[in-house]
Design a binder for this molecule. Structure first.
Ligand SMILES: [Zn+2]
Length: 512
């Protein structure tokens, strides 16, 4: 085990090997990148398959920036300043002191990632990881730690490969929920520079395997914009749009701005009534290779994907509570999603968010910060390819009084702040007014933003949604790829993001 948590009680871990797990040194990401301020996780669709940062309303981005400037500046609009009461400052001080030098969230994430690996819906690893989180939360002393059953899609990848006939094999990763090829599919390659070129008929894809070479731009630090939302459309809609024009299969350039021949998966969305054709991601290097070959002559490809969809499988949301001392029936939800894609170990997406939520509830309890209202940890299942956990939670609990819901599903880069999914200026002003309380954990950039996919059913029904918003300038280097592993996460970043979640949850659960 690595450096022990300082200034806190001994950690109870329920897996025996945890005591000997070496703690890897977090390695800095290799890519030249941009510092950038907190993302406005550019609007996410309420439904998968695109789980994160999918821009539904690009024009909102500018609004967000404008709004935040208003909030940051003293515009003198006559509203009274936000008062930071002594109990707020005391909580901030305690949480900050607890956080510095503490690595418990990372130690636990490493344990989960190394023990169970990736956690695709339908896999035993996911169920084992859910059991472990429930046991760990119970051992932490949280109340009512339990599984809440959810039936989830069970998609399996199977073997897959791609080869240029007479040429080389390319790195391939099928898109989640894709159909298979039923044996080896041979067809000529055609390149479309983007989804539009297929839709408007600029390229003739009939009978061909079409490569959608839609590239994600470098991270825009000035606007904290990854460009993911604009780029991911090829992945989500490419198969159906190409099928409408008679294509046999689709390849997409991985949705990332950075690659070491790293393929990135993610769910696709088949349109009702349109033939389902296979779809897979190639790496940026592979896409460039194919584009160069196609520029000088006909290219024939061999594609094989054994992917299939099995009957739904039983899974669960992992739930536990820090029961409120005065108003236990009023709830602040904190959470992330426990499932991941079937590559890497899903540490950034979204083991980190789950550990933040578990850590947040546990640290509040250890610090004696038991608020008036209940803080409920919910580790949602099946965010990536179904959102069934989010839907099931809402069906089971939607009639309860939810004060707010905080989701962490943007990785665990250096903490920056929180996004508030509200149009209500009074709410935005109050919560952003709490920013000084978050300075000790470097998470004081609190402004208008998005909530999260798993809490979207709650938000759609009027619950205030909030996101933990770390620096995400490198998030998409890892996202949905074999590179999403624990060694990319810094222990201090993860602990401080957990602290930000804890403090925000406490303030919302404790205030009058
Ligand atoms: Zn996620």
């Amino acid at each position: 085990m690595g450096p022990g948590p300082s200034g806190m009680a001994a950690v109870v871990n329920v897996l025996p090997f945890s005591s000997v797990l070496p703690r890897l040194l977090a390695v800095p990401l290799l890519m030249a990148g941009c510092g950038g301020k907190a993302p406005a996780p550019a609007a996410i669709p309420p439904e998968p398959p695109a789980s994160l940062f999918v821009v539904a309303q690009a024009e909102d981005d500018d609004d967000w920036l404008d709004d935040e400037e208003d909030l940051d500046g003293d515009e003198g609009d006559g509203s009274s300043p936000v008062v930071l009461e002594p109990w707020m400052r005391e909580a901030s001080t305690k949480i900050t002191a607890y956080t510095n030098g503490n690595t418990r969230a990372w130690d636990r994430l490493a344990m989960m990632s190394d023990r169970f690996g990736h956690r695709l819906s339908g896999s035993q690893a996911l169920e084992d990881a859910i059991d472990w989180t429930v046991q760990t939360m119970a051992a932490d002393g949280l109340s009512n730690a339990r599984r809440e059953k959810v039936m989830v899609p069970h998609w399996v990848r199977g073997k897959e490969n791609l080869k240029v006939v007479g040429g080389r094999a390319l790195t391939l990763l099928g898109l989640g929920m894709s159909v298979g090829t039923r044996g080896t599919l041979r067809a000529e390659l055609v390149v479309a520079k983007d989804l539009e070129a297929i839709k408007d008929g600029t390229v003739d894809v009939k009978g061909k395997i079409v490569l959608i070479d839609q590239r994600m731009p470098p991270f825009d630090a000035e606007h904290s914009d990854s460009g993911y939302g604009r780029t991911v459309t090829g992945r989500t809609h490419g198969a159906s749009e190409a099928a409408k024009k008679g294509a046999k299969a689709v390849l997409v350039a991985s949705v990332t701005a950075t690659s070491f021949d790293t393929p990135h998966t993610g769910a696709l969305r088949y349109e009702d009534g349109v033939t389902k054709i296979p779809a897979a991601a190639v790496t940026l290097e592979g896409a460039s290779h194919l584009v160069r070959l196609a520029a000088v002559g006909p290219v024939k490809l061999e594609l094989r994907m054994d992917a299939k969809l099995l009957p739904d499988a039983a899974s669960a949301n992992a739930v536990a509570e820090l029961r409120g001392r005065e108003k236990p029936d009023e709830i602040v939800v904190i959470g992330g999603h426990i499932d991941s894609w079937d590559v890497g170990d899903g540490s950034s997406d979204d083991g980190a968010g789950c550990m933040m939520a578990m850590e947040a509830a546990s640290m509040l309890q250890q610090l004696g910060l038991v608020p008036r209202r209940t803080i409920r940890v919910v580790l949602f299942t099946n965010e990536e390819n179904g959102l069934r956990g989010a839907k099931a939670y809402f069906e089971a609990h939607g009639t309860e009084t939810h004060v707010a819901a905080i989701e962490a599903d943007s990785g665990s880069g250096p903490p920056q702040g929180m996004g508030i999914a509200s149009e209500d200026q009074a709410v935005l002003r109050e919560l952003s007014g709490w920013a000084p309380l978050f300075e000790g954990i470097s998470a004081s950039d609190i402004g208008k933003g998005w909530g999260g996919a798993d809490i979207s059913p709650l938000m759609d029904n009027g619950v205030l949604g909030i996101s933990v918003r770390p620096d995400h300038s490198h998030y998409f280097d890892l996202h949905h790829s074999p590179a999403d592993t624990i060694d990319k996460i810094d222990p201090s970043d993860l602990q401080r993001n957990a602290a930000a979640m804890a403090l925000m949850a406490y303030l919302l659960a404790e205030r009058e």
